[in-house]
Design a protein around this ligand. Structure first.
Ligand SMILES: [Zn+2]
Length: 263
């Protein structure tokens, strides 16, 4: 049985671990799984990004007010730190995010990029025996970043220079969660980021919480797997993906915001 605490660390549970989902928390259909297994080529599939950076959303009325506040904090933070605009769904636009405490599969999960139509982002509220995706706005931001098109940091093609994957400690059926992307799928011109909100924690998908599945190579005491806030790198990556750095005034604005607010 999973044990909940209000202050999740990487040595505790993995709320992003839902059986049957790609890398634990990304929903992909079978066809797309093979196609996109290790990352989407944004150059080839620009239509998977949200058009003009506008992301209509609808939040389930099933959430308690306090959980709605957590989700809204995540959305407002992303709106402030990037030129992406999450806007309440007007009931008309075809594509939108439906943020819902879905029962099957439970947990915190999302599609990657814009899928078309109403698209679930599953954020499980706290309960006695399930994962809590709403302890802080960080986990909500992690799933929303998937929905915007961002994969896990440790799936980068160059990750082996920065982290060691301990295959022997991974629960066998989750080994593919640690696959990496090919070189031509990696389009971000930013350094590998241990601080990323998209990085796995040290014992994610481990057979035992005393056995790490992923450790850092460059800086051995560095913590990974934070779910508190966007890192500077996460912030820049999102802004880059959505063209927010394309002209000088905007570039200056968002570099300042990312450097100031990013951890
Ligand atoms: Zn994830």
């Amino acid at each position: 049985m999973l044990n909940m605490t209000s202050d999740l660390t990487d040595s505790e549970i993995d709320p992003e671990m839902s059986p049957g989902l790609f890398q634990g928390d990304m929903a992909l259909t079978n066809d797309l799984y093979n196609y996109w297994r290790v990352g989407i080529k944004w150059d080839a599939f620009p239509e998977k990004l949200w058009k003009n950076g506008i992301v209509p959303y609808s939040i389930s009325p099933l959430y308690e007010p306090s959980d709605q506040v957590t989700i809204l904090k995540a959305i407002k933070t992303l709106n402030f730190m990037t030129c992406i605009k999450f806007v309440p769904w007007n009931g008309k636009s075809k594509d939108y995010l439906l943020i819902w405490p879905i029962k099957y599969p439970r947990g915190c999960w999302s599609f990657v990029g814009r899928f078309g139509g109403s698209q679930i982002v599953s954020l499980q509220p706290p309960d006695k025996n399930g994962p809590n995706c709403l302890g802080t706005e960080g986990r909500a931001m992690h799933e929303l970043m998937h929905a915007l098109g961002v994969f896990h940091e440790q799936s980068r093609w160059d990750r082996d220079k920065f982290v060691k994957i301990h295959e022997e400690n991974i629960i066998p059926r989750f080994r593919s969660n640690f696959d990496k992307q090919s070189l031509d799928n990696t389009t971000y011109g930013f350094e590998y980021d241990y601080d990323s909100i998209m990085h796995y924690g040290k014992t994610f998908f481990s057979k035992s919480k005393s056995k790490p599945t992923i450790t850092t190579k460059m800086n051995h005491s560095k913590k990974i797997g934070q779910r508190k806030a966007l890192s500077k790198g996460d912030c820049l990556k999102l802004n880059d993906l959505y063209g927010c750095l394309d002209n000088v005034p905007m570039k200056r604005k968002y570099y300042n915001i990312c450097n100031f607010m990013g951890i």
